[in-house]
Each structure stands twice: as structure tokens, then as C-alpha cells.
Ligand binder design. Structure first.
Ligand code: NAP
Length: 254
């Protein structure tokens, strides 16, 4: 395991990201194997994953390592990370222990990256971290601007929360509101950031199917999509940049 408590440099040299033209149409299928193997489709190979110990973040990390990305993660605790022994020993994985609320820690992991994948989410609804997304995003933006790292991908809920219990709804509304603030912060930096905001109706822990529907409009009933499939899309998107400055809605196979 390449674990780093910032005692030594964790900076990785990276190739600068450049985006493909923005698409304005719906797509269902993805790259063929030949296209995936084309060098032009494999840009952005150095990525930072925030929230890597979580359910979506860990899927991104696992699939990225399988695809030979150089993956840096910033975690508050490196014990019991949800990765296999093989993945933990992967020389392409750099594990940094630090705080997402520290500009110093963020600077150290963001410098030299091609893309930042933000999968952070408050662990429980009744936590002081309820504004985690906006607090962290503000600092992440500053650091990305400082180090000229443009590519950012986040995931957000589409529509208002539909949780039944009054108290849970109240609290999840707060998280939802904070996601809106996070998004506003990204939009304020839109001239600089090559963002993609992935909208989901709901996430499941289902299998990787590689079959999901992407829409650039709201004309469909939500169907839960597995975190594994969202991770799959995130990695495709890093390679293609098809949805830069767009907010595609991702649905599981109907
Ligand atoms: N859950 C849904 O149905 C849903 C719906 C729409 C969008 N989303 C979005 O999808 C993304 C992933 O969601 P998920 O359900 O897969 O997440 P998750 O499993 O709950 O993981 C949350 C991650 O955030 C980290 N985190 C929480 N508080 C932190 C703190 N104070 N400092 C550092 N790290 C902290 C956790 O780290 P620790 O392991 O250290 O706690 C964990 O890695 C999020 O951006 C979420 O907003 C989720």
C-alpha cells in the first residue's frame, strides 16, 4: 500500500486534460473495446477520488485501478478501506490520510491530477457534517484553480428527496439543499472548471451491468442505477469528456 500522511511528497506528474466537444444528444451505448483502447480515449489517467471509502467512491477506485489509472485517494482513516489486498498493494494507488476541510491537505493531493471525482456525502443525516459538500467543494475549487486542474465530476440527487419519515425528510432536505449550494459553487467557477454533474434518481449497490441510460433532459421516470454502473460512466466520462459542462441524468436499464 502506498500510504502517505503528507510526510513526503505525494505529487504525481500528469498529462494535462483537454476536453472533447460537448455533446448535446442522448446516448445509450458507450465506447467499443477498440475505441476504449485508442490512446485519445485514455486521457486523464491521474485521478483524485474523494469519498473513496464510500460505496460509490470505492467502486470508482476499484474500476480505475483495473483500468490502470493512477489513483490518489484522500481519506480520514486508512483502516478498513473497502479494497482487496491486491488493490491495496497496487502501485497505482496512493492513499493519503488527511482532511477534506484542509486546504493544505487538498493542495497536496490535487496538484498534478487530471481529474477530481468528488463522491463525498455525509455519512449519517444527523451529523455536524450536514454542510460537508459545500464546505469541501469551496476548498476543492480553490485548490483546483491554484493547480490548474480543470476536470471535476460530482454526483447529485435529481429531484427532491422522497423519504417518508418526517425527520429523515427534514434532514435529507438539508443535505439536498447543501448539494444545491455545492452546485452553485461549481457554476460560479464554470469558466475555469470542466465540470460534469451526474444526476441520479437513486443509487443501489447492484452489480456492474454497463447498461444504463443517459439523458440530457428529464423525460423519463427514474430507475435506480447501481453505484458500479455510475462508476463505470464516470471513468468513461474522464476519457471522453462527452458531458463536460452538462448534467446528464443516469438511469438504470428500464
Ligand atoms: N445515496 C444515494 O442514494 C445518493 C443519491 C444521489 C446522489 N448521491 C451522491 O452520490 C455520492 C456517493 O454517495 P454514496 O451513498 O455512495 O456515499 P457513502 O457510501 O455514504 O460515502 C460517503 C463518503 O464520504 C466520506 N465522508 C463523509 N464525511 C466525511 C468527512 N467529514 N471527512 C471525510 N470524508 C467524509 C465517507 O468517508 P468515511 O468512510 O471516512 O466515513 C465516505 O467515503 C455522494 O456525492 C452523494 O451525494 C447519493
Amino acid at each position: 500500500m502506498s500510504s502517505n500522511n503528507f510526510g513526503q511528497s505525494n505529487v504525481i506528474n500528469a498529462v494535462k486534460h483537454s476536453s472533447l466537444p460537448i455533446s448535446s444528444y442522448n446516448i445509450l451505448a458507450f465506447l467499443t473495446q477498440e475505441e476504449e483502447d485508442m490512446p485519445s480515449m485514455r486521457r486523464g489517467k491521474h485521478i483524485l477520488v474523494l469519498g473513496a471509502s464510500g460505496r460509490l467512491g470505492s467502486q470508482v477506485v476499484q474500476q480505475a485501478l483495473d483500468a490502470s489509472y493512477h489513483v490518489t485517494i484522500l481519506v480520514r482513516n486508512d483502516r478498513s478501506l473497502p479494497f482487496s489486498r491486491r488493490q491495496l498493494k497496487d502501485p497505482n494507488l496512493v492513499i493519503c490520510v488527511g482532511s477534506i476541510f484542509s486546504r493544505i491537505d487538498l493542495d497536496r493531493v490535487i496538484e498534478g491530477q487530471d481529474a477530481v471525482i468528488n463522491c463525498l456525502s455525509p455519512r449519517t443525516l444527523w451529523t455536524s457534517d450536514i454542510k460537508l459538500n459545500s464546505r469541501a467543494q469551496r476548498l476543492i475549487n480553490e485548490s483546483m484553480v491554484k493547480f490548474d486542474v480543470k476536470r471535476l465530476i460530482i454526483v447529485r440527487c435529481h429531484g427532491t428527496p422522497t423519504i417518508d419519515s418526517f425527520f429523515t425528510r427534514l434532514l435529507s432536505n438539508k443535505v439536498y439543499h447543501d448539494k444545491k449550494v455545492q452546485e452553485k459553487l461549481i457554476m460560479e467557477n464554470s469558466e475555469f472548471l470542466d465540470w460534469t454533474i451526474i444526476r441520479v434518481g437513486g443509487l443501489s449497490n447492484g452489480k456492474l451491468t454497463k447498461k444504463y441510460l443517459l439523458l440530457d433532459n428529464d423525460e423519463i421516470v427514474f430507475k435506480k442505477v447501481s453505484r458500479a454502473d455510475v462508476a463505470h460512466f464516470i471513468l468513461k466520462e474522464i476519457g471522453t469528456g462527452m458531458w463536460v459542462k452538462q448534467a446528464p441524468l443516469i438511469n438504470g436499464k428500464v
